[in-house]
Each structure stands twice: as structure tokens, then as C-alpha cells.
Write a protein that binds this ligand. Structure first.
Ligand SMILES: C[S@@+](CC[C@H](N)C(=O)[O-])C[C@H]1O[C@@H](n2cnc3c(N)ncnc32)[C@H](O)[C@@H]1O
Length: 385
């Protein structure tokens, strides 16, 4: 890993004046993966999502056969260049920004240590990238739902591996995309209009008001404590007419028939994770509350759509079957990572107790007779012109 970075102060959209370490643009972490290591969903390219349909949902038809969907990989590095963060005009980077901390054989962020309870190591990154493909596919291949018109400045809050920001950089070559995260795990080979900054989005932002055309927040239900604060800071940082978009899977497992009983271990796991994170002030069911928060903050033209995301290959429809396969894989591959922090740190389980519990979760996850699904919430609102 390169141990250099660009000075961040001028460019940082958010900064933590009260924290010991400044926000920092970083060279990427070792072994980061910008593309799904497992596979890329075919046709998950960037297109603008069609207008919201009604949020009323129909049941997913069940497949009796239980066959598997196939996936292919399609990567292309063409047109990528070193990010600003990876250029030679650099200064030394504070070690606590770049360092990691280790616990139960997993690696976690060191900057504002203990804030986010899921790991940032390679297995977790691979899982995040796969989930990106799945979520884009659920949205019909669109990278965003807000009706953007020639956006110039885009902020991705909690960018993770940076995969969405990189795709947006390709989709909007005229725009400048900034991704911020607690972890310096983003790759260095990115489109030249994309850069990454290590920062805590829940600290006061130093971004001048009316900076961004679009702010994107995805997969943050398990990380953000103060949604009202984040939404209000986003409102201030948006230009008039700019859009905030929040996309998340709701962790409540649902079923439209009788196949999912109260002892469904996957749902129990989600409940335990919610309780564990709750000990740290994180309420994972934020997707249900955020529409009202957008309205209270002053956003207009609020659009909220809910898509069903099956767990496993039980749907009859081949597209839903593939989405279910991806969803199940992201959960299955990530079981250790998503449970260990919340259950040991928050609920004080031992690692052995977590492992023992996961045996039952794996069994239920792979059971195609259980027709469970979760909801993906896509929410966006516009700052009035
Ligand atoms: C589930 S991942 C989602 C990554 C990415 N948005 C995506 O959808 O692919 C959540 C990310 O949010 C980051 N995160 C959590 N809390 C944060 C905070 N307060 N400030 C900045 N990043 C944060 C984590 O480090 C992690 O990379």
C-alpha cells in the first residue's frame, strides 16, 4: 500500500474538527477490490431508473424446481487512471487513518475506531461489491433513482469499496465524484474524476453550503446513529434543486406464505444484529423512518419505492431467482462478518456462541422451501429550487 495522500482540507466535504485526526484523502488500502470478486450481474450497467412505480407489491411466484441461476464476469479497466489520492503530489498520511484494528480474526477501521461494527477486510469487500451488483440489478440497472440532469458535483457517503462512485465516474465523466468512508479501502485505479477521502460523515461538515448536485447514501442503515443530522447536513450541502438519495435493505425478513416460521434463524440473526447495534445507538430499521425525516428537513418531490429482494433461489422468475441467489450469497458469505461485531461487542456473546448459532442460520439460509425476502427501500428528495 502506498503511504501517501493528497492534502485533504481544501477538498474534503466533511471534516471532524473535534477529532484528533483530520479528515484525509487517502491512497487506497491494500488488497482492495473495485470489482466483484465473485461475479458481475449481466446487464447491470448504468442506466437511469424509470420513474417510481407504486410501492404496493405483488407476491413473488415460487419455483418448484429450485434450480440455480448462472452469472458471468465482465471487467474492463479501459479509461481508468490514477486517482488524485494516488498521484505524486502527496503528503504523509496519519497512521491512525491508514491503520486497521483486528478482532476475532477480522480487520476493522482504525479512524474513529469502534464506530462501525462490520469488518473492512477482503472477504467483506468482496461481499459489498457483490451486493452493489445485486442492488443495481434490482433497480433495473440504474445507478441512481433521482432524476439527475448534468450533475457536476456528487458525494457518496460511506462509499465502502468505492464501487458505486467508480461506476458513477464512468457514467458521468463531466462530474466530480467524492467518496468518503471511515476505511481507506478504495482502489487507486479509478476514473480521473473520482477520489476518496477518509472521514466520518457524522461529524460536522465543513463543506460550503450549496456544493453538491447529488448526495448518495447507500447501505448505511447499519452504520448511522443520527439520521436527522446526516439528512440536515446533506440538505445544507446540496445546491438548490440538488437531490439526496438513500438506499437500503430493510433487515426485517418477510414471507407471503406460511413457509417461514417464527424459528427462522436468519430472521433471528437480523434481530440479534439489530439489538447488538442498538447498544451503540444504531437503529437498523431507518429505511422506515427516513421518508418523514426528508420531509421534516425541507426536501420536496420525495419519491420512495420498495422492491422485494428474495433470499435464495426459490422464485420462479429467472430474474428474481438470480437476485435471490446473489442476496443469499452476500448474506451467507458475510455471516461471520455481520454477526461477530454486533453480537460480541453489543450483546456480549462469546465468539464460540456466535459460531454455534450460525450453524442454524446457514441451514435455514440454504433451505429453498422457505420463501423469505427483504425489502429494498429507495428514497430520494429534492432541495427546493
Ligand atoms: C454496508 S457498507 C456500504 C458501502 C457502499 N455505500 C455501498 O453501498 O457499496 C457501509 C460503509 O459505510 C461506512 N461508514 C459507516 N459509518 C460511517 C461514517 N460515520 N462515516 C463514513 N463512513 C461510514 C463503512 O466504513 C462502510 O464502508
Amino acid at each position: 500500500m502506498a503511504d501517501t495522500n493528497t492534502p485533504a482540507a481544501a477538498a474534503a466535504p466533511a471534516k471532524s474538527p473535534t477529532s484528533p485526526e483530520p479528515a484525509a484523502a487517502v491512497a487506497p488500502g491494500e488488497g482492495s477490490s473495485s470489482q466483484p470478486t465473485a461475479a458481475t450481474i449481466p446487464d447491470a450497467g448504468a442506466t437511469i431508473r424509470p420513474p417510481a412505480g407504486p410501492t404496493g407489491q405483488t407476491a413473488i411466484e415460487v419455483d418448484d424446481e429450485g434450480s440455480n441461476a448462472s452469472v458471468t464476469s465482465d471487467e474492463d479497466d479501459e479509461g481508468y487512471s490514477d486517482s488524485i489520492a494516488g498521484s505524486s503530489a502527496t503528503t504523509s498520511l496519519s497512521s491512525s487513518v491508514r491503520d486497521y484494528t483486528f478482532e476475532n480474526n477480522r480487520r476493522y477501521h482504525k479512524f474513529h475506531e469502534g464506530k462501525y461494527h462490520f469488518p473492512n477486510d477482503e472477504p467483506e469487500q468482496a461481499r459489498e461489491d457483490m451486493r452493489h451488483c445485486m442492488m443495481v440489478h434490482v433497480g433495473g440497472g440504474a445507478l441512481h433513482y433521482a432524476p439527475l440532469q448534468n450533475p457536476q458535483k456528487i458525494l457518496d457517503v460511506g462509499t465502502g469499496t468505492g464501487i458505486w462512485a467508480i461506476d458513477m465516474g464512468d457514467e458521468y465523466p463531466e462530474a466530480e465524484i467524492v467518496g468518503i468512508d471511515l476505511s481507506p479501502i478504495q482502489p487507486s485505479w479509478v476514473p480521473s474524476n473520482v477520489r476518496f477521502i477518509v472521514d466520518d460523515a457524522e461529524q460536522p461538515w465543513v463543506t460550503p453550503p450549496e456544493t453538491y448536485d447529488y448526495i448518495h447514501v447507500r447501505g448505511m442503515a447499519s452504520g448511522i446513529k443520527n439520521w436527522v443530522g446526516l439528512i440536515e447536513q446533506s440538505y445544507t450541502a446540496l445546491k438548490p434543486g440538488g437531490w439526496l438519495e438513500i438506499q437500503d435493505l430493510n433487515w426485517t425478513y418477510r414471507c407471503d406464505d406460511t413457509s417461514m416460521g417464527p424459528d427462522y434463524a436468519v430472521a433471528q440473526m437480523a434481530k440479534h444484529i439489530g439489538e447488538g447495534l442498538g447498544k451503540f445507538g444504531v437503529k437498523i430499521y431507518s429505511p422506515e423512518d427516513n421518508p418523514a425525516r426528508l420531509e421534516a428537513a425541507g426536501f420536496v418531490d420525495i419519491r420512495h419505492s420498495i422492491d422485494k429482494v428474495p433470499v435464495g433461489t426459490w422464485p420462479k422468475d429467472p430474474n428474481m431467482k438470480m437476485i435471490g441467489l446473489y442476496n443469499r450469497s452476500t448474506v451467507y458469505d458475510g455471516l461471520h462478518g455481520i454477526t461477530m461485531g454486533p453480537l460480541t461487542r453489543g450483546l456480549k456473546w462469546t465468539p464460540e456462541e456466535v459460531e454455534l448459532f450460525l450453524v442454524r442460520v446457514r441451514k435455514d439460509l440454504m433451505n429453498s422451501r422457505i420463501h423469505s425476502y427483504v425489502n429494498m427501500h429507495t428514497l430520494c428528495g429534492q432541495k427546493p429550487l
